[in-house]
Design a binder for this molecule. Structure first.
Ligand SMILES: Nc1nc2c(ncn2[C@@H]2O[C@H](COP(=O)(O)OP(=O)(O)OP(=O)(O)O)[C@@H](O)[C@H]2O)c(=O)[nH]1
Ligand SMILES: [Zn+2]
Length: 294
């Protein structure tokens, strides 16, 4: 019998698919045809699958993805909680903006969550940062995980952030039952929590939440040709006043963005990060040209 559903878990070569029509979870395998095509089903995929009594089912086809992450492999993600700590590791606007570029380019809505504010005496700086990001249009949560939970219904949510910022601590507060289930699987597999290859979306707070945090290290790069406009909407807003349509707001005359930075309407740190990312992208283009010439 052919059914449709979403892959919620991948473990030891099996895919667990929740049937759309009756919410039953079926254990399936992917046939060799996926390997031939160079694709592989991943958690979050919408799948067509077969079931048979007394035996496991097969994934027959997967629907085109709206987006996907590589680490952890999850598809069709709606939003990501970007966890950043006020301290330990040190707060970094550069890292935050990098996450925003990465996520907006994958059409994943960022939810910024600032942790470890209890270790900070003077909150004024962070409140100013929050106000700046909220004004641009980003959701920014300061240690208030209860409010964050309101964003979860009907969405697929992943967590990401540098190592040590408090992702696991936050997940434990939001979904203690999930941490427990993950721990049980790790124990069974005999591997540590961080090396387990199990990926799962949990039905929690009326949405789906990934238990495996993404991008815990800094060693990722912005995509080759990211569109910086999506992550810097405030620059985009002013750019309509630039004389040149192709203005990069770096050195062109009659640029409308630079005066807005000078007057404080655009935060200096945002402009600086924008220029830095722009130079990184252009640097990569140069390297690419050199490689092609050889
Ligand atoms: N004071 C304080 N400590 C926190 C907070 N959140 C996390 N920590 C501590 O920070 C350390 C790291 O927290 P984790 O939750 O393990 O961080 P993580 O982001 O999951 O780290 P990785 O698993 O390495 O990616 C732990 O010692 C936590 O107890 C917080 O809000 N306040
Ligand atoms: Zn400009």
């Amino acid at each position: 019998m052919v059914k449709f559903g979403r892959i919620l878990k991948s473990l030891s070569g099996f895919y667990y698919i929740k049937d759309d029509s009756d919410n039953t979870v079926y254990q399936t395998r992917a046939r060799g045809n996926f390997r031939q095509k160079g694709t592989k089903p991943i958690v979050g995929d919408f799948a067509e699958f077969s079931t048979a009594e007394q035996s496991e089912g097969y994934v027959l086809a997967i629907k085109e993805r709206s987006n996907a992450l590589v680490r952890p492999p999850i598809a069709n993600i709606d939003q990501a909680v970007v966890v950043i700590s006020a301290i330990e590791p040190n707060f970094s606007l550069n890292l935050l903006d990098r996450f925003l570029v990465l996520l907006t380019n994958k059409s994943i809505k960022p939810l910024i969550y600032l942790s470890k504010l209890d270790l900070i005496d003077n909150l004024a700086y962070f409140e100013k940062v929050r106000d700046e990001y909220e004004e641009i249009g980003y959701s920014f949560f300061m240690n208030d995980w209860q409010k964050l939970v309101d964003e979860f219904p009907d969405k697929v949510t992943v967590f990401m952030g540098q190592t040590g910022v408090g992702k696991s601590t936050l997940l434990n507060k939001i979904a203690p039952e999930m941490a427990l289930a993950t721990q049980e699987i790790s124990d069974k597999l005999g591997r540590g929590r961080h090396t387990t290859r199990h990926v799962e979306l949990f039905d929690i707070h009326d949405g789906l939440i990934a238990d495996t945090p993404g991008f815990s290290s800094l060693d990722y790069e912005i995509d080759n040709q990211p569109d910086l406009n999506a992550a810097f909407p405030e620059l985009l807003r002013y750019s309509f006043g630039c004389k040149f349509r192709e203005c990069t707001h770096a050195h062109e005359p009659k640029c409308a963005v630079k005066p807005a930075v000078a007057s404080g309407e655009i935060a200096q740190s945002r402009y600086d990060n924008y220029l830095l990312f722009l130079s990184e992208i252009e640097g990569r283009r140069e390297t690419y040209k050199k490689v092609v010439k050889k």
